[in-house]
Design a binder for this molecule. Structure first.
Ligand code: SF4
Ligand code: SF4
Length: 173
């Protein structure tokens, strides 16, 4: 309890700072602090999909850049290669000129992917991976329900910790 009280002002101050910065900088936490976002950014660079703009069809309206949640200057690029691009396709949806901006597979240039097809492909991929994990025996954890409950209890009650002789108050079957 003492530790929680000691760190509470520090935590509250950080929450407030992040909240205030988020008012002035869109997606502030996601763009500058989130470690998961950083990992996703690295993976995004290896994505087999890419957003491409066709300068000959583009009318420079700027809708794509305005719609991008990560403030990428889409209307100034031919191919969006950025760790910040999450592949949301918001930019392609708002483009008023058919064919000027689209998502495509890197290896099959000029074959535009529609958002609906992308969504279907992602769902199928997700379901397929879960099914594959199940039939190959990688879905179930070796953790028993009893151990799981014990771990949860340990998280909720920090005072119940391990000593040199083993766990205290460990529940019996
Ligand atoms: S796909 Fe999404 S994140 Fe990527 S450039 Fe377009 S709007 Fe921005
Ligand atoms: S929304 Fe389409 S037409 Fe407008 S600037 Fe972007 S790519 Fe060009």
């Amino acid at each position: 309890m003492k530790n929680v009280c000691t760190h509470a002002p520090w935590g509250i101050r950080n929450y407030i700072q992040i909240g205030v910065l988020a008012v002035f900088y869109r997606n502030f936490w996601c763009r500058y602090f989130c470690p998961y976002g950083a990992l996703m950014g690295l993976l995004a660079l290896l994505s087999p999909l890419i957003v491409r703009r066709k300068p000959s069809d583009c009318i420079e309206c700027g809708n794509c850049s305005a719609a991008c949640p990560h403030r990428i200057s889409v209307n100034q690029q031919i191919s969006v290669i950025s760790p910040e691009c999450s592949g949301c396709m918001d930019c392609t949806v708002v483009c008023p000129v058919p064919g000027a901006l689209h998502m495509e597979a890197r290896l099959s240039a000029n074959r535009a992917l529609k958002p609906a097809n992308m969504g279907t492909a992602i769902i199928l991929l997700f379901v397929g991976l879960v099914y594959l994990a199940q039939i190959t025996g990688h879905w179930q954890s070796h953790l028993t329900e009893r151990d799981f409950r014990f771990g949860l209890m340990m998280m909720e009650v920090p005072s119940m910790n391990f000593d040199k002789t083993g766990p205290k108050n460990r529940p019996t079957r």
